[in-house]
Design a binder for this molecule. Structure first.
Ligand SMILES: Nc1ncnc2c1ncn2[C@@H]1O[C@H](COP(=O)(O)OP(=O)(O)OP(=O)(O)O)[C@@H](O)[C@H]1O
Length: 263
């Protein structure tokens, strides 16, 4: 069978390491975009890429040249389509580096002291959520690790105030002029209020999720922020992270999540 050349199947140890590394990268990319519509585009692109290699190895010239040109242009298209995910990926790398620095900080300044300080920051937020849950006050609070001036300030009102239970409750109470939209917390401050966020396009969300939940999830798809949503309808608290949402969480869970993500 001269026309079939399977010489490309000869594997060396380096090839196996190479494939393992590619598999790990693909797994991480998949994990990053799981639950978002980007996953379908990603799977489609991987299939075309595999097909291209198969047709090239089988020397199907016409098909492989068509797929080849698609793959080369596809890389540019991928950058455009996945710009939000690429941005999140780069932010995750940066975040991991700063997390490592924080581990050193814990060695330098006792772990318990950092946790105590963190709890002092989280408590007013949890207490405000308890009240808003009871009074069925809708709220959307975003915790941004990097405060993106353009994204958050342009659409809302600058607040730049210390985090306090009463301030959060006042912002979200129904008659406040700032109650519509999201509050952004960053750098230990309530940076802005009444911010308009990008809505998620995820079509697999529960039907009861309206604009507040969609905005909370949307902001976590396009940035490394996390979002806390108090439902006006049910008082339920949801927590969104990387485009995924945990519904109806308890205050103990909320405390654990904020302790992990907001410091
Ligand atoms: N793009 C947006 N960015 C930030 N907040 C938004 C955005 N769109 C809508 N909101 C907020 O969501 C509110 C409307 O919420 P809606 O009832 O549609 O949401 P929901 O997810 O069903 O939540 P709830 O359970 O509280 O009703 C608006 O009053 C506004 O405060």
């Amino acid at each position: 069978m001269d026309f079939l050349d399977f010489s490309f199947l000869k594997l060396t140890v380096l090839d196996i390491i190479d494939m393992l590394l590619v598999a790990i990268i693909i797994y991480y990319i998949y994990n990053l975009i799981r639950g978002t519509i980007a996953v379908n585009i990603f799977i489609g692109f991987i299939l075309i890429y595999v097909l291209y290699y198969v047709t090239e190895a089988l020397k199907m010239r016409l098909l492989s040249s068509i797929l080849g040109s698609f793959v080369s242009v596809g890389f540019i298209a991928l950058i455009v389509v996945f710009q939000q995910e690429i941005r999140r990926f780069l932010l995750t790398i940066g975040k991991n580096i700063s997390l490592r620095n924080r581990t050193w900080l814990k060695f330098l300044f006792k772990k318990e002291e950092l946790e105590k300080n963190n709890m002092a920051k989280i408590k007013p937020i949890i207490d405000a959520c308890k009240t808003m849950k009871k009074t069925r006050t809708g709220a959307l609070i975003v915790f941004a690790k990097y405060f993106d001036q353009d994204a958050f300030v342009n659409s809302g009102e600058v607040v730049d105030a210390k985090i306090s239970k009463r301030l959060l409750e006042s912002i979200f109470q129904k008659h406040s002029p700032l109650h519509d939209g999201a509050v952004i917390i960053s750098e230990n401050l309530i940076k802005s209020a009444s911010c308009i966020l990008p809505l998620t396009e995820n079509d697999k969300l529960p039907p009861q999720f309206g604009l507040r939940h969609r905005a909370g999830i949307g902001v976590t798809e396009s940035s490394d922020a996390t979002a806390l949503i108090v439902s006006e309808e049910t008082g339920e608290i949801s927590y969104a992270q990387q485009g995924r949402v945990k519904m109806n969480i308890s205050f103990t869970d909320l405390e654990r999540l904020l302790n992990k993500d907001f410091n």
